[in-house]
Design a protein around this ligand. Structure first.
Ligand code: PLP
Length: 401
């Protein structure tokens, strides 16, 4: 019997090493990795610059506690401030923690303004993590079920619907913030329209609400800019980050500016591991490497070509609802559950996953080359076609979202 708690439905493969966008299993079999540990391995596997920096850091100091100065935290925060345009960074260890910090910032912001029961506008189909506050903020009943009572103080609206938010603004005077994943990842690669994001920002400004952009999955260069809000051309007040921030070393960050600047004071928040020197070295090296290697441009170019390639191969086929995404955050929505495609992918030497039951999701490392991007399309398209043609022979199950 395994003593690891049974919380994941795992595939029967163990990867033991990687190189760039390639993974190798215990038997030495090679796989093309179009998932990057769910948007974590920004620089791919075994990047020489990241490996050397982390090795050196392990031999110097791994952890020392936030009771003392941590110069590497200053360096990491300076870089995040530079790329985000925001001012202050709280370091933690994961996406849910970054989002917990964001929710606390919003509540504190409300209390500071005399709102005794602050509420936050959140989106249907959103995923913000699995702590009690973040699963309550999320829009998945599946994630929430069994963990009630949920945390109060969230008002849910559909994504890309400004009127719904205007209604809330008129009727709910307790609202202090809007919390949005500008491209929903777990929810099925649902892309916010840029005009929608701008409209949301305008509503926030008019009502003095915080604009909180969960960029845990979509941020850090994957879409061709450091952050999705930069495509829309404005600055949010709060940006939670994690996943790809340190190229695979666990880290999270809650970045604030604008109306959220200065909300947290000493004693308002903390984390034992948050911002430790090893993780910070990972942040500094990852961000510098993305910049020095021109990986934003690479993500835009290769991702764009992959989306075009997938549209050409699969668009309009019966059973394919839509190919969508931005840069290296790509979804192929089918009209039926398609979880079994993941195993077929592994059999064909391709790593990806399926989210929201019926959306094939690709999140490759930012170092992926054009040839490797083409190869992902060439391996994936026939699998999807074969799956659909075989499946149409059987009775269809409704696509559960
Ligand atoms: N926010 C978003 C947008 C995510 O995609 C995720 C994880 O998938 C999280 C938050 C939670 O991050 P973590 O699993 O590191 O807690």
């Amino acid at each position: 019997m395994s003593h690891v708690m049974n919380t994941y439905a795992r595939q029967p493969v163990a990867f033991v090493r990687g190189q760039g966008v390639w993974l190798y299993d215990e038997a030495g079999r090679k796989y093309l990795d179009a998932l990057a540990g769910i948007a974590v391995n920004t620089l791919g596997h075994n990047h020489p610059r990241l490996v050397a920096a982390l090795r050196e850091q392990v031999g110097a100091i791994i952890h020392c506690s936030n009771l003392f100065q941590v110069p590497l935290q200053e360096q990491a925060a300076d870089r995040i401030a530079e790329i985000s345009g925001l001012d202050e960074v709280f370091f933690c260890n994961s996406g849910l923690e970054a989002n917990e910090a964001a929710i606390k910032v919003a509540r504190k912001y409300g209390h500071d303004r005399g709102v005794a029961e602050p509420a936050i506008v959140v989106m249907e189909k959103a995923f913000h993590g699995r702590s009690l506050a973040t699963l309550s903020a999320g829009g998945s009943r599946k994630v929430q079920a069994g963990f009630e009572p949920l945390v109060q103080g969230f008002v849910r609206v559909p994504l890309n619907d400004l009127d719904a938010v205007r209604q809330v603004a008129t009727h709910n005077k307790n609202v202090v913030a809007v919390f949005v994943e500008p491209i929903q990842g777990e929810g099925g690669i649902n892309v916010s329209r840029l005009e929608y994001l701008r409209g949301l920002k305008e509503i926030c400004d008019r009502n003095e609400w915080l604009f909180m952009s969960d960029e845990v999955q979509c941020g850090l260069g994957r879409t061709g800019k450091w952050f999705v809000y930069q495509h829309a051309g404005f600055l949010p007040d709060v940006v939670p980050l994690a996943k790809g921030l340190a190229g695979g070393v666990p880290v999270g960050a809650c970045v604030v500016g604008g109306r959220a600047r200065g909300v947290f004071k000493p004693g308002n928040h903390g984390s034992t591991f948050g911002g430790n020197p090893l993780a910070m070295r990972g942040v500094v090296t990852t961000l510098d490497t993305v910049k020095d290697e021109g990986l934003l441009e690479n993500a835009a170019r290769v991702g764009g070509a992959m989306i075009e390639g997938l549209k050409a191969a699969l668009g309009g086929l019966p059973g394919v609802v839509e190919v969508r995404g931005r840069g290296l955050m790509i979804g192929i929505e089918l009209d039926r559950p398609c979880g079994e495609l993941v195993k077929r992918g592994l059999d064909a030497g391709l790593v990806f996953n399926v989210t929201a039951d019926n959306v094939v999701r690709l999140l490759p490392a930012l170092v992926i080359s054009e040839a490797e991007g083409r190869e992902v399309v060439e391996r994936l398209a026939p699998l999807v076609k074969a799956f659909l043609s075989q499946e149409t022979a059987r009775p269809k199950t409704a696509a559960a979202r």
